[in-house]
Design a protein around this ligand. Structure first.
Ligand code: MRU
Length: 349
């Protein structure tokens, strides 16, 4: 998959094993989550993060809840599993993959003959989601790499890589495929304040796999473009509205504006599970706001005046008009619009 990066999430002997992303790049530590409460805590605290990885982990969380209830009468068990689903959905609001995955895991139990049968079906569904996500990323990788010119330097924001998915990555999947095809000269990784996913995760995982990467402060992106050193921008997404507006890590919108100003193509890479067909436009996407300490502290040390006001949205929305194409496993949506998005929805999976 990604030779240097262990599986971000997997089922291991009746518990969920994740890479603890809070510890990277300093140490590679695996975390075993024994129950659904531990899974919800890991998602909320961002031990696991990235839209598809959150979805897959949550599906295994539903499987853990079902397994714990497998000796109960079916109805009682499903009532408990339903409560577990609600707890998982309350962890992070923006990435729609979480909601899709939890609902799909719960629905996998419909028609079960017993609580034990329900638990088996839910686990099988979670395993399927994991495998399908990797397949989707590989398809996205190939389709996206075909859009890039020879010898290109690409800017990315946050981490939409193996660590953010079941493996291989969406935006970084495109860069991995471009590297294999000999097209990639350099990846520029925005450091991605305040949680530093670009500097700590993207840089780490690309270095693990031997891809060329240079970290830049977020504020340097426009200057790099002005210097002619960026040929394309490739980012992931947490939720895409049905008109193509895309929510991604805070700062993505500013990168898109800068790319538009400099005439640089701006690509969003995401599986179709990241599209929320119930939302007509990006303004309706719920944006998570996180603790102010993420901005005012670095590794527990205060770096801002005591008592200062802080606004810390975790995501922003890039309007479809600034997006050159959305790259999905079902195909590339150029200059996305509601009708072009719908055409992908209607296409055969
Ligand atoms: O807050 P995070 O780290 O979960 O945010 C992650 C991102 O914004 C990613 O770009 C997005 O989830 C796509 S991951 C393939």
């Amino acid at each position: 998959m990604s030779p240097g990066v262990p599986p971000t999430v997997e089922w291991r002997d009746g518990s969920v094993r994740i890479v603890d992303q809070r510890r990277l790049p300093f140490e590679l530590v695996m975390l075993d989550l024994p129950d659904v409460t531990a899974v919800a805590d890991a998602i909320r605290d961002m031990a696991v993060r990235g839209a598809p990885a959150i979805g897959c982990t949550a599906a295994f969380g539903v499987a853990l809840a079902a397994r714990a209830a497998r000796d109960l009468p079916l109805q009682e068990a499903m009532h408990l599993v339903g409560s577990a689903c609600a707890a998982l959905k309350a962890t992070r609001p923006t990435a729609v993959n979480l909601f899709h995955a939890v609902d799909a895991a719960f629905e996998a139990a419909s028609g079960a003959s017993s609580a034990s049968d329900a638990a088996d079906r839910i686990l099988a569904a979670a395993q399927r989601m994991l495998a399908e996500d990797v397949d989707a990323n590989r398809a996205i990788g190939e389709a996206g790499a075909a859009l890039l010119p020879e010898s290109c330097s690409v800017l990315t924001h946050c981490n939409a890589g193996a660590l953010a998915t079941a493996g291989y990555g969406t935006a970084l999947g495109i860069l991995r495929a471009a590297h294999v095809h000999g097209k990639l000269r350099m990846v520029y990784a925005d450091e991605t304040r305040p949680r530093l996913q670009g500097m700590q995760l993207t840089a780490w995982e690309l270095m693990q796999d031997g891809l060329p990467v240079t970290v830049i402060p977020d504020g340097a992106a426009a200057a790099l473009m002005a210097a002619g050193r960026v040929h394309a921008v490739v980012v992931g997404a947490d939720r895409i509205a049905s008109n193509g507006d895309a929510a991604n890590k805070i700062g993505t919108y500013a990168v898109a504006i800068a790319a538009h100003h400099h005439g640089i193509p701006f690509y969003v890479a995401a599986p179709t599970t990241t599209i929320d067909w119930s939302i007509g436009e990006g303004a309706h996407i719920p944006i998570e706001e996180r603790a102010t300490s993420e901005v005012t502290e670095v590794r527990g040390m205060r770096i801002a005046p005591e008592g200062v006001r802080v606004w810390n949205p975790a995501f922003d929305v890039t309007p479809a008009a600034l997006i050159s194409a959305i790259v999905t496993e079902r195909g590339v949506i150029k200059s996305p619009s509601a009708s072009r998005m719908q055409a992908i929805r209607d296409s055969q999976p």
